[in-house]
Design a protein around this ligand. Structure first.
Ligand SMILES: [Zn+2]
Length: 403
């Protein structure tokens, strides 16, 4: 059985890592099927399957039906080969999970935790919770593929260091990767909270969407961009930071960043809470705004809808620049119901050109508050199981290359 054309990248230098990437879809296949799919010789496939079996990354899974003789064995990716640990650190609470290599959450833990305590107390919590979660799922540090962490501020992804994070005193330029690698002995990857949410939402809900935009509307506003199926971080990791784009009609409102008229200063959960409080409806957080909106407060519903329109103004520009096929609205304020999305749709569809919006969908996040931990796990799995990483770190001797 042949599954379409022979895959690129196998002919000369695709090692066991490239074969593993192909098998991560979980489908059981025989050696012949793998040979047909990759264009590699049967002997090469046998060798690489042996290597993957040896590392426990694939398992024999029963036998394929055969027309005669001994039925050939099928092999499939083994998601239980290793585990990952992922952390989603918010402003005032934190969540961690242990997942398998398919991104399935095996155990989870959530605590109130103030990110403003500084890096060492927060990362001590991450390390302690890591050990608890590993014990809970019956695994040890030797089973750990890596650890991924999302932080509520700008992060330079290549170095894993936060850069002038506004709500994270003491974290500026702290080497989060080095700290976690030192204490857990594995690769650690760091990104901002919105990027990992975008990854989690894309992986679980829209895996075939090549161009997706995830917008988090909570205390602040930010977005993560998926381009050609991968996270687009930009030159410094700052891509998608839309909260500080200026709204034409917001000019007199001062933002925490020091500028005036930022989207976040006008349309975030914090901004709406402040407006409601001025109107005599005490609200301190996005959650309070959601509670008022769900309780039917006309003032809250009106402000949430207007926030949706304001966000839509900025998104209309983003749609023209980036042309996504789907925009997912998440974050705590998205739980206020349809009003936020209705406001976004109203403006985006009116302000963008027809070619960009003819197939554009604007939907609510389905992953909710788990998007971050799943996305942080996916970030680790995609990195550590990339063919090059697998061949150089897991199978110390890469296959000979044709020169
Ligand atoms: Zn600002």
């Amino acid at each position: 059985m042949v599954e379409g054309p022979v895959m690129n990248g196998f002919a000369d230098n695709g090692g066991a890592g490239a074969l593993l990437r192909l098998m991560r879809d979980g489908r059981p296949r025989t050696r012949s099927e793998l040979a047909a799919l990759t264009g590699l010789a049967r002997s090469t496939i046998t060798q690489r399957v042996e290597a993957l079996l040896g590392a426990n990354f694939v398992l024999p899974v029963g036998e394929a039906t055969s027309t005669g003789g001994r039925p050939p064995t099928q092999f499939a990716f083994n998601p239980a080969a290793r585990v990952t640990l992922s952390a989603d650190i918010g402003a005032t609470h934190a969540r961690m999970a242990a997942t398998d290599l398919a991104g399935e959450v095996l155990a989870e833990h959530r605590d109130d935790l103030d990110v403003a305590l500084g890096p060492v107390p927060v990362l001590e919590w991450v390390v302690a919770t890591s050990h608890e979660l590993l014990a809970k799922v019956g695994r040890t540090l030797t089973d750990l593929l890596g650890v991924g962490i999302g932080l509520p501020g700008p992060v330079e992804h290549s170095s894993g260091r936060p850069v002038n994070p506004p709500i994270m005193p003491g974290w500026d330029n702290f080497d989060v990767q080095a700290y976690l690698t030192e204490h857990l002995g594995v690769v650690a990857l760091v990104d901002n909270d919105v990027n990992i949410m975008a990854l989690g939402e894309h992986f679980t809900q829209w895996p075939t969407a090549a161009h997706m935009m995830f917008v988090k509307v909570a205390t602040g506003i930010g977005s993560g961009l998926i381009s050609h199926g991968r996270l687009h971080r930009g030159a410094q990791g700052a891509a998608g930071d839309m909260g500080h784009l200026q709204l034409p009609h917001g000019a007199d409102i001062v933002c925490r960043c020091g500028n005036t008229g930022c989207l976040e200063a006008v349309a975030s959960g914090a901004a709406i809470a402040a407006r409601l409080t001025e109107q005599g409806l005490p609200a301190r957080s996005s959650q309070d705004v959601v509670a008022l909106a769900r309780g039917g407060s006309v003032e809250a519903l009106h402000l949430v809808r207007q926030a949706g329109r304001d966000i839509g103004e900025v998104l209309a520009a983003a749609v023209s620049l980036f042309n996504p096929s789907i925009i997912v609205i998440g974050g705590s304020l998205a739980q206020a119901g349809e009003h936020l999305i209705a406001g976004v749709r109203e403006v985006v569809y009116r302000r963008s050109l027809p070619l960009a919006t003819q197939d554009l969908r604007i939907v609510q996040s389905r992953t909710g508050d788990r998007a971050g931990i799943i996305g942080a796990a996916v970030m680790v799995i995609d990195h550590a199981l990339a063919p090059m990483q697998v061949d150089t770190h897991i199978f110390a001797s890469p296959p000979p290359r044709v020169s």
